[in-house]
Write a protein that binds this ligand. Structure first.
Ligand code: GLN
Length: 212
C-alpha cells in the first residue's frame, strides 16, 4: 500500500520518513498524476498561503477534491489542517473545504510562537502524545459530524476527525510520534479492502467501481 504526501512546500520530508518508518511506501505528490495508485494522502505543515498558491499553480485543486471524494483517508498537520478546513477565520477563502471546522491561523500569538505539550488523544492509545506546536492554528468551531480527538488544558481543540479526514494543529511527524500515521495507514487499508471488518459499512460505494 502507498500513501501520498503533498510535497509542494513545508515538512513533507518528515512525513515521508515517518511513513517509511512504519513500513508504508510513501509517494511525493506534486502533480495530479501522482495521485494515481495511492490509498491515502497527507497534507504537511508549512505555510498554508504558499500551499494555496502552489496548489493553484500546479492545477491540483480539482484532482485533490476528486481524490477526497473517493473516501480515501486524508491527514493534515498544522498548515495541512488549514488547507483542509471548510472555514478560515478572518476572511481567507477556504482551500480544500473538506473538513467541517473553522480554524484560526497563528492562534497563539507571539509569546507562544512554538510550544510543546503532553496531550491525551485516546484514539491513538493510552500513552500521552508529545505535541509540538509551531505557529499553530486552533479549531474554533466543529460541525456536527466532527469528532474532537484532543484538547489543550484550557479546552481549545487541537485534533479532530470527520469520517475519512483527520487533522492535528500539532506535528506528530516532528516528534517521533508514529501513531497518527499508523491510524491513517489502517484507515487506508480498510478503504482499499472494505470487505474487511467495519470498513464495508463506512464505504458502501467502494464496490461500485469508484476509482481508487
Ligand atoms: N502558521 C502556518 C500557517 O498559517 C502554519 C504553521 C505550521 O504548519 N507549522 O499556514
Amino acid at each position: 500500500m502507498k500513501i501520498g504526501v503533498l510535497a509542494l512546500q513545508g515538512d513533507f520530508a518528515e512525513h515521508v520518513a515517518m511513513l517509511r518508518e512504519i513500513g508504508v511506501e510513501p509517494v511525493e505528490v506534486r502533480l495530479p498524476g501522482h495521485l494515481e495508485g495511492i490509498s491515502g494522502l497527507i497534507f504537511p505543515g508549512g505555510e498554508s498561503t504558499t500551499m494555496r498558491r502552489l496548489i493553484d499553480r500546479w492545477a491540483l485543486r480539482d484532482p485533490l477534491l476528486e481524490f477526497a471524494r473517493t473516501g480515501a483517508p486524508l491527514f493534515g498537520t498544522c498548515a495541512g489542517m488549514i488547507v483542509l478546513s471548510r472555514e478560515i477565520a478572518d476572511g481567507d477563502e477556504p482551500i480544500l473545504p473538506l473538513l467541517d471546522v473553522t480554524v484560526r491561523r497563528n492562534a497563539f500569538g507571539r509569546q507562544l510562537d512554538s510550544f510543546e505539550s503532553e496531550l491525551s488523544v485516546p484514539i491513538v492509545g493510552d500513552q500521552p502524545v508529545h505535541a509540538v506546536f509551531i505557529r499553530a492554528p486552533i479549531i474554533e468551531r466543529v460541525g456536527p459530524g466532527v469528532d474532537v480527538l484532543a484538547k489543550l488544558d484550557d479546552g481549545r481543540i487541537v485534533a479532530v476527525r470527520e469520517r475519512n479526514v483527520l487533522a492535528t494543529a500539532f506535528h506528530p511527524e516532528l516528534a517521533g510520534e508514529p501513531r497518527f500515521h499508523r491510524l491513517i495507514a489502517t484507515m487506508a487499508a480498510e478503504h482499499d479492502d472494505p470487505g474487511e471488518g467495519a470498513g464495508r459499512r463506512h464505504h458502501p460505494t467502494r464496490r461500485a467501481g469508484l476509482p481508487r
